[in-house]
Design a protein around this ligand. Structure first.
Ligand SMILES: Nc1ncnc2c1ncn2[C@@H]1O[C@H](COP(=O)(O)OP(=O)(O)OP(=O)(O)O)[C@@H](O)[C@H]1O
Ligand SMILES: [Mg+2]
Length: 232
């Protein structure tokens, strides 16, 4: 059975439809890449999964149970962990306070667990949120979401604006985490070839619809057809 199943989801903001009848599923432990040009609805898909965008039609299932009408908090409780594109670090809280805000009792990760994953956050634990480098902010954003013990991690362009060496470090950490903890990932990313190497499957969106999908290795082997949907 799929962990997350999306069935003919139509979603958007106010009256505006952004996603149209989108269907997809993610299994336990699987990594799905979401590709597409700017403004095609990649973030909206994540927002709709987290109940931050409006659902006009369609269903969302978790372990086979319909969660379409649950609130954001209830979805976090199910094990959905979203790392927003804007990172949304609390600037006037320390690194440690940012992490503790999200902590879920009895969850898989506590403060020390996060510091093991990201030793750099331990060094910076007393720093204020706005006194961090871009890479440290992203580690904190991911760490904060891990504190909620997700079974599915939604990553919205986690490598955006980061130096290549930090990207490499983060990629390795994420893949190691995934191996050790077994959570599933949906990752939105502009660098299509990189993310196809990390993921099991991928979908390409255009104007709110899935226009291409398949195994990442196969899409990588025939990258021309992917590129066609990404070039302007
Ligand atoms: N809060 C909002 N209210 C109304 N429209 C929005 C809102 N957020 C996004 N949109 C619109 O929804 C469409 C899809 O935006 P979305 O942010 O999902 O795209 P994206 O694929 O994530 O783009 P990018 O690669 O630039 O992050 C765009 O036309 C955008 O203008
Ligand atoms: Mg986006």
């Amino acid at each position: 059975m799929s962990l997350l199943e999306i069935e003919r989801l139509t979603a958007g903001y106010g009256e505006a439809v952004v996603l149209e009848e989108m269907s997809l599923s993610v299994s336990e432990g699987e990594c799905l890449a979401v590709l597409g040009r700017n403004g095609v609805g990649k973030s909206t898909l994540m927002l709709a999964i987290m109940a931050h965008a409006a659902r006009f039609a369609g269903r969302l299932r978790w372990d086979g149970h319909d969660f379409s009408t649950l609130s954001t908090n209830q979805r976090v409780g199910l094990g959905l962990g979203w790392v927003p594109q804007e990172r949304e670090i609390f600037p006037s809280l320390t690194v440690e306070e940012n992490l503790l805000v999200a902590h879920r009792r009895g969850g898989r990760f506590d403060l020390n667990g996060i510091y093991e994953v990201f030793p750099r956050l331990k060094q910076r634990r007393r720093n204020m949120g706005d006194k961090l480098s871009g890479g440290e902010q992203q580690m904190l954003a991911i760490g904060r979401t891990l504190m909620t013990s997700p079974r599915l991690l939604l990553l919205d362009e986690p490598f955006e604006g980061l130096a290549p060496v930090i990207v490499e470090e983060l990629e390795e950490t994420l893949m190691r985490l995934r191996r050790d903890s077994g959570f599933a990932i949906i990752i939105v990313e502009q660098r299509a070839e990189d993310v196809l190497r990390l993921s099991d499957r991928a979908i390409v969106l255009d104007r709110g619809k899935i226009v291409l999908e398949g195994k990442s290795a196969e899409l990588l082997a025939d990258f021309e057809q992917v590129h066609r949907w990404l070039s302007v």
